[in-house]
Design a protein around this ligand. Structure first.
Ligand code: ADP
Ligand code: MG
Ligand code: MG
Length: 206
């Protein structure tokens, strides 16, 4: 991944979020306050606009996303995704390009950022259930000698499985936790938007 790929990824994800806004709204209406679609669409539309005049490097592109999401998204997901992209931006400082061996560390930074900012651990039915398994999956796939597209395809598959698996979990963090057992049977909206993020990366590289 270089800055051209990163920009294409973010542009594509903004399009996906705009297309899937209703899905995210529906998921958040069932177990939250129904604004995850609107929150994400507002934030990523702003990212898309900011990218039009952007000329910086790889780390700067991630910083642009972080700043834009923090200022535009609000809610729980704004600072959480904002922290993910900030930590990744810091990890990318001084690098023009990364390859399959770098993804594990990058994802680890993102996952740690969510854990700290959200005071969350695995099994609480949040986006962290997706993020938390990706660093090791990346590490193992890179060790098998696979290329970046294969690695990212694997990440997208695992993210999809993990997001779908939040459906049967009981929420203990975020707004959904107020519902207790009634949160069971509904997929977590932030886990879904995370799965879409990695599928957008896969289709950008493919
Ligand atoms: P809000 O809940 O403030 O309305 P959003 O609807 O945009 O914000 O985002 C909700 C998503 O944020 C949830 O589906 C969940 O994945 C994630 N989330 C909420 N609280 C936490 C937390 N403490 N740790 C990790 N993720 C969280
Ligand atoms: Mg919400
Ligand atoms: Mg809200």
């Amino acid at each position: 991944m270089d800055v051209t790929v990163a920009k294409a990824w973010f542009q594509r994800y903004a399009d996906v979020i705009s297309e899937e806004k209703a899905l995210l709204t529906r998921l958040d209406s069932a177990i939250g306050d129904g604004d995850h679609g609107a929150n994400m669409a507002r934030g990523w539309k702003a990212v898309q606009e900011e990218l039009e005049s952007f000329t910086g490097g790889l780390s700067d592109a991630f910083l642009l996303v972080s700043r834009t999401l923090i200022s535009k998204v609000g809610g729980a997901s704004g600072p959480l995704y904002g922290t993910v992209f900030l930590r990744m931006s810091m990890a990318l400082k001084g690098k023009e390009t990364i390859d399959e061996t770098d993804w594990s560390n990058l994802l680890q930074q993102g996952a740690e950022g969510i854990a700290q900012r959200g005071k969350v651990t695995g099994g609480e039915k949040t986006m962290y259930d997706v993020w938390s398994v990706l660093p090791q999956a990346a590490e193992e796939t890179a060790q098998q000698g696979e290329d970046e597209l294969t690695l990212v395809t694997r990440l997208a598959q695992i993210a999809r499985e993990k997001a779908d698996a939040t459906q049967e979990m009981k929420a203990t963090k975020g707004r959904a936790a107020y519902l207790g057992d009634r949160s069971i049977g509904h997929k977590d909206p932030g886990a879904e938007s995370t799965a879409l993020l990695f599928d957008a990366l896969r289709s950008t590289l493919a």
